[in-house]
Design a protein around this ligand. Structure first.
Ligand code: BGC
Length: 767
């Protein structure tokens, strides 16, 4: 049974009723972010129940020294992780002399959380009775400004209900935070300076080793019944990492005593003097004031939704799911800064270290490409270009030579940060996704300039890696790729994972094709690149042998490519025959049992069919889908979206719909029973693909948009927008008809189920 306490709503995520067991899950689900920072939905006031505290700043990380049982040559020295950042949201509160703590109250009624995705704010309200008998009503609003992305705002209101109350607000900033996943329980922050001035407080701290300096700031304003009180702190207590102010407001029964707390971070990545920058940032925020900041916030979100919203009619849970996914993606990455990337947990938890995975190229780029300016996707590609030297060093550590590049499985700054041999050394398919993204970017945007400018060097490094990683079998007279882990991490150290071999061959072929094109059409880029990478025709001829003679395991009996050489030797019991009590197997079984089993964590062969759909017939897709899906447990968040797209292509609409719900509500309904650790941000882009590419059937072929719209029977209609080469196309699908609408002055030719249609500006085309 999945979790089902989130109320269905088109625009909001809503929780009703207080349940201490759900606090950690809700802290993940109600997380807020603005691309530059983000935080879990921790309570502002103190809470003695179970909680997972987390605030994060984009790009600020710490290299935590690797901890493993048996050291293996080639392991990275450290695992860079996004840090739990100083806490600026904290406000201790005393009501009639008692510390206010929901875990200690004698009753909590009408508890409600709302994450309003339309306007980008988080609200919590409830009535509580303290042990001293005081009853209060509490209403708290919080948002992280998109407009001023170093600023967050809290409005905390308390109304005593049954008697007058002396309310003491004690807002603080605390840099004495730690990561739950720290390897050596080290402190990651070195406190530098604590300052205060009137209602403003500042704590400056620096990360050990990476030396990022961050000033965390707060500014407090007290109000009664909405009118500002000219209060300054009665008391300021500070040590070297924490500062706390004290304000008292006496509120008669029914009066509203509130505090506006502005807080946030200024970081040395963006400022020379973070303290001065913090002062200026507070000034800017105060100039705008709470109301204006709030209006700016809704306007900024309205703009985002204008381009990226997907509507679904007749199915509130499905609608809520997709909006939650689009909201989280926009909270995590704005695309403004090519130093940043999209961590699998975004700003909602520590797991995966907040770093960059193949998820970005394989899953996220299509979403950002189609809903933002194409520069955003280009920034994501540039991020990898800027890390090419490190990828070459990384390959060299494993014994590869001559400029072969192995991009890391997990990284913050280009260095590998993962330290399990079966993944670090063997899950090398990630290199393929990085090359595929270059192809995909050009296919979608038509911007070829990226390849001669930057992309080709990356492709050459990757092709060199595959050429050296493959080994020749005299026995088969073919090239093998031995000892790998495919996308399915439930099999390690297998030989000839079909997906890996396929993408390796494709990378070499595609690189050779691009070399030919750049040689012919961009001669000056060609000579610049060739003299830099020292590549000659003899080397290319060696690559070609590997690509031409790549081995692909195949079963004549089943007429399918085999996931790896030994797949058919497994005990092939389908997932449907597994007792439900055994699931999820990653929480119930030993690792050794998982490895021997036929169960597939996520799309593997089918991932290849997804990337290279046009290399195969629909019949082949169906055969492979029908063969592999029954063994797939979808215990990676990245799995259901690919299956939803393929089920839609195959007309298996019930399955497509079920997988759609699973991908879009994975966190809201906690399918994998781990939402406490944070939300699955990168797979949320896969959810977007399952509507646009799955149900909408959108593809780009020969520079033109194609659609094969289908609609699940549970829906009355759905719509999405695509920014295709600077033209914004709206597509609305209902049973039996698809409408197209183009913004701007230029017509656009699209294909619907193979039929050419011209969409004229300002007119609705109905197909
Ligand atoms: C998946 C990987 C993925 C990682 C981060 C793992 O569970 O198997 O494919 O890159 O999560 O999302």
């Amino acid at each position: 049974m999945n979790q089902d306490y989130i109320k269905p709503d088109n625009w909001s995520v809503i929780e009703e009723g207080f349940d201490a067991e759900r606090v950690k899950s809700s802290e993940s689900l109600f997380s807020i972010g603005n691309g530059a920072m983000g935080q879990r939905a921790n309570f502002e006031e103190s809470y003695s129940g179970h909680t997972f505290q987390g605030s994060y700043i984009a790009g600020i990380y710490y290299p935590d020294k690797t901890k493993v049982g048996w050291w293996k040559n080639g392991y990275p020295e450290y695992f860079a992780k996004v840090l739990n950042a100083p806490n600026w949201i904290g406000i201790d509160i005393e009501i009639n002399g008692e510390n206010f703590d929901l875990a200690q109250c004698t009753s909590v009624k009408n508890f409600r959380r709302e994450l309003n995705m339309k306007q980008g704010w988080y609200n919590r309200s409830f009535e509580a009775t303290l042990q001293n008998g005081t009853e209060v009503s509490v209403n708290v609003n919080r948002f992280l400004s998109l407009e001023l992305d170093e600023v967050g705002v809290i409005n905390y209101e308390i109304t005593p209900l049954n008697k007058d109350a002396k309310i003491v607000y004690k807002p603080y900033i605390d840099a004495g935070v730690h990561n739950e996943d720290a390897n050596w329980e080290e402190k990651f922050w070195e406190p530098l300076d604590v300052k205060h001035d009137g209602n403003e407080g500042f704590v400056t701290a620096r990360t050990f080793k990476t030396h990022f300096t961050v000033t965390t700031f707060m500014q407090n304003t007290l109000l009664k019944n909405g009118d500002e009180l000219a209060l300054s702190p009665e008391n300021v207590s500070a040590n070297n990492e924490k500062i706390q102010f004290v304000y008292t407001v006496n509120a008669a029964q029914g009066e509203v005593a509130s505090i506006h707390k502005i807080g946030g971070y200024t970081v040395s990545m963006n400022h020379d003097d973070t303290y001065i920058a913090a002062q200026k940032t507070i000034e800017k925020a105060l100039e705008k004031g709470y109301e204006q900041l709030f209006d700016d916030q809704s306007n900024a979100w309205a703009k985002i939704w204008e381009m990226s919203d997907i509507t679904i009619d007749g199915d509130t849970k499905a609608q809520q799911g997709i909006r939650f996914n689009i909201f989280q993606l926009n909270q995590t990455y704005s695309g403004k800064d090519s130093r940043l990337n999209i961590g699998p947990k975004g700003f909602t938890g520590e797991k995966y270290g907040g770093s960059t995975y193949w998820d970005t190229e394989a899953y996220c780029i299509p979403f950002y490409m189609a809903t933002k300016d194409q520069q955003v996707a280009r920034n994501l590609l540039t991020y990898r270009y800027n890390q090419l030297d490190k990828a070459i060093e990384n390959a060299a550590k494993l014994g590869f030579t001559n400029g072969a590049a192995l991009y890391p499985m997990v990284t913050m700054n280009g260095e590998e940060c993962h330290n399990e041999w079966e993944i670090t050394f063997e899950e090398i398919h990630r290199n393929g996704a990085i090359a595929f993204a270059i192809y995909n970017y050009y296919r979608f945007t038509g911007d070829y300039s990226y390849i001669p400018e930057k992309g080709l060097e990356v492709l050459i490094g990757i092709a060199r890696f595959w050429h050296q990683r493959a080994s020749y079998s005299t026995h088969k007279n073919q090239f093998m790729i031995l000892g790998v882990t495919g996308p399915n991490e439930y099999e390690n150290n297998v030989n000839n994972n079909w997906y890996t071999n396929y993408i390796a061959k494709w990378c070499i072929d595609y690189t050779m094709e691009q070399i030919g094109k750049i040689r012919a059409d961009y001669p000056s880029d060609f000579s610049r690149i060739m003299s830099k990478v020292k590549l000659d025709d003899a080397e290319i001829a060696h690559w070609k042998q590997v690509a031409d003679k790549m081995y692909f395991p195949f079963s004549e009996e089943h007429d399918v490519y085999l996931q790896q050489d030994g797949f058919l030797d497994k005990d092939l019991v389908k997932v449907s025959d597994l007792d439900k009590s055994q699931r999820p197997i990653n929480q119930k079984w030993s690792w050794d049992r998982i490895l021997r089993s036929p169960y597939i964590k996520q799309a593997d062969v089918l991932q290849g069919f997804y990337f290279f759909e046009d290399h195969f017939s629909k019949e082949q897709l169906e055969k492979h889908f029908d063969f592999y899906e029954p063994f797939t447990v979808h215990e990676s968040s990245l799995s259901p979206c690919v299956h939803s797209i393929q089920a839609a292509v195959l007309g298996k609409m019930d399955m497509a719909y079920t997988f759609y719900l699973r991908t879009s509500r994975l966190d809201l309904d906690d399918y994998n029973k781990e939402v406490e650790e944070g939300c699955h941000i990168t797979s949320m882009a896969g959810t977007w693909m399952s509507i646009v590419e799955g149900f909408g059937g959108m593809r780009v072929k020969d520079n033109q948009l194609h659609f094969e719209p289908r609609i699940p029977e549970q829906w009355e209609g759905y719509s999405f927008k695509i920014n295709f080469r600077n033209q914004v196309l709206k597509v609305s699908v209902s049973e039996g008809e698809t409408k197209f609408n183009i913004e701007g002055n230029t017509p656009l030719v699209v294909f619907v189920n193979g039929r050419q249609v011209t969409v004229e500006p300002d007119s609705l085309v109905i197909v």
